[in-house]
Design a binder for this molecule. Structure first.
Ligand code: PEP
Ligand code: MG
Length: 466
């Protein structure tokens, strides 16, 4: 929403994290994303940005970016939030912006203001200062445990994209790493990284936060991303193609190289290996056989492996939800990937801004699926965590606590808010809330109920949540 009293030329999109940035626009051609940047920080504008584009942005030169594509869980937005960049996605009138326009972006509301008046600029700058104050207030509890008022502990873990970001995640209040997306090390022009490079990288990451756990997800390519020399096939829709574990099975040597590096590094800390996008028991068993093969090979070569490596799988597709009771017997933990569970459960392409408004974690089918997975996991005696953007939104925290998740993994910026929400909660009331929402058949009604519930019960924190 634009600020009251502003005469603005406003383009609305989807913001990825609270923050305001101001800068001159540099409009990039899709084919040529290298801009000639001056010394002032600019706001990049393009139809689309890949996560690799975002990772290569120099935060001293780039204050933020606007894209026409993407939705609330688009990988480029996730990486932007992790890097502390202000970003607005799914801004459909982005092509009306010209290079040289002065832009203000509000990363919470998705406002993009073009050539603001001095008064409008001042109002947005005040809003930016308020976001910083809110953040400071929420960070006050960073050193305390994520525990409800009646003593239920929930592990708050961080989701990160790069190994170097691990220590900062821990000093920001995480008690471990719930998701290290390993794909960014594969997306260079030089092809996949070598076993020795990956071994050193993982050793460094594990030891940098030991003895806290680091969950490293095996290579999971998003939205048509390619590893040089390895084709994901010429599919029409990459989200339904050779993705996640399907890609790894198509290229077992590539997969085994990563697995060898993981096990070689495993003695350096507490490693949890996470398998992406498993869709069936047969798929899981085939992958587990490969894991055993790699371990035997390394043991045969005299490599010392970590004693307590855990192996878990992501629950991201409806078939895995249905099969959860069987899958749970074969792994040490489940991680619900809420971004993909919503993508596949509701048939919404994460990269398509045109369907972004339909993305709804409160869809009754999504809540039912989460509940089923938690029940199946706990029935088999394994822990169940949840990652993805749903975990980072304070509004959903009491519901997720009530649904019985053992841990939540989120972008580092969200840890303080979610911890505050947990510390304000009563576990018994969260359970009653979850039961109430599981009985609803309309996401709209559930949202209204939840918003009122949070306003009534989280007065101190609620202001940051809605
Ligand atoms: C998810 O799907 O929720 C998830 C955490 O993984 P990614 O966003 O990398 O697909
Ligand atoms: Mg996923």
């Amino acid at each position: 929403m634009a600020l009251d009293g502003c005469e603005v030329s406003l383009r609305q999109g989807i913001g990825v994290a609270p923050g305001v940035c101001v800068g001159r626009a540099v409009v990039l051609d899709d084919a040529e994303q290298n801009a000639n940047l001056g010394s002032e920080a600019v706001v990049l504008v393009a139809r689309t940005f890949s996560p690799e584009d975002v990772l290569s942005m120099d935060v001293k030169l780039v204050a933020g970016f606007v894209a026409a594509t993407g939705g609330p869980t688009a990988p480029a937005g996730i990486v932007a939030a992790g890097a502390g960049l202000v970003a607005v996605l799914a801004c459909r009138s982005y092509d009306e912006i010209q290079t040289g326009d002065l832009l203000v972006l509000d990363g919470a509301t998705g406002d993009v203001v073009v050539n603001p008046s001095p008064k409008t600029l001042e109002l947005y700058q005040k809003r930016g200062s308020q976001y910083s104050l809110d953040k400071e207030y929420l960070q006050g509890d960073d050193y305390l445990a994520a525990e409800t008022r009646d003593g239920l502990k929930i592990d708050l873990l961080a989701s990160v994209d790069l190994v170097d970001a691990l220590p900062h995640a821990i000093t920001s209040g995480a008690t471990g790493i719930g998701l290290l997306r390993s794909e960014f090390y594969y997306l260079t022009d030089d092809g996949p990284p070598s076993e020795s490079f990956l071994t050193a990288l993982y050793q460094h990451g594990l030891s940098s936060v030991a003895p806290l756990p680091v969950t490293i997800r095996c290579l999971d390519l998003h939205g048509g991303a390619q590893v040089a020399g390895f084709s994901p096939g010429s599919c029409q829709n990459p989200a339904l193609g050779l993705k996640g574990v399907r890609f790894l099975q198509a290229y077992p040597e590539l997969f085994k190289t990563q697995l060898r590096a993981l096990y070689r590094a495993s003695a350096s800390g507490k490693l949890r290996i996470l398998l992406p996008m498993i869709g069936s028991l047969d798929e899981l068993l085939a992958v587990k056989a490969l894991l055993v093969e790699v371990q035997d090979e390394l043991c045969g070569a005299g490599v010392m492996l970590g004693a307590d490596v855990e192996v878990g799988m992501m629950i991201e597709v409806p078939s895995a939800v249905f099969m959860a009771p069987y899958l749970a017997r074969e792994v040490d933990f489940f991680v619900i990937g809420s971004n993909d569970l919503i993508q596949y459960g509701l048939a919404l392409d994460r990269l398509d801004g045109a369907v972004a408004h339909l993305y709804d974690p409160l869809h009754p089918a999504i809540l039912q699926m989460i509940e089923q997975v938690v029940r199946a996991g706990h029935g088999a005696g394994i822990a169940v965590g949840l990652s993805g953007e749903m975990a980072a939104v304070g509004l959903y925290t009491p519901l997720l606590v009530g649904l019985g998740l053992d841990w939540l993994s989120m972008q580092v910026q969200a840890l303080s808010l979610v911890k505050k929400m947990i510390r304000t909660s009563l576990a018994g009331e969260c359970t009653a809330l979850a039961e109430h929402l599981l009985g609803q058949s309309s996401a709209r009604i559930s949202r209204q109920y939840l918003q009122e519930y949070v306003q009534d019960n989280y007065a101190d924190v609620g202001v940051f949540v809605a």
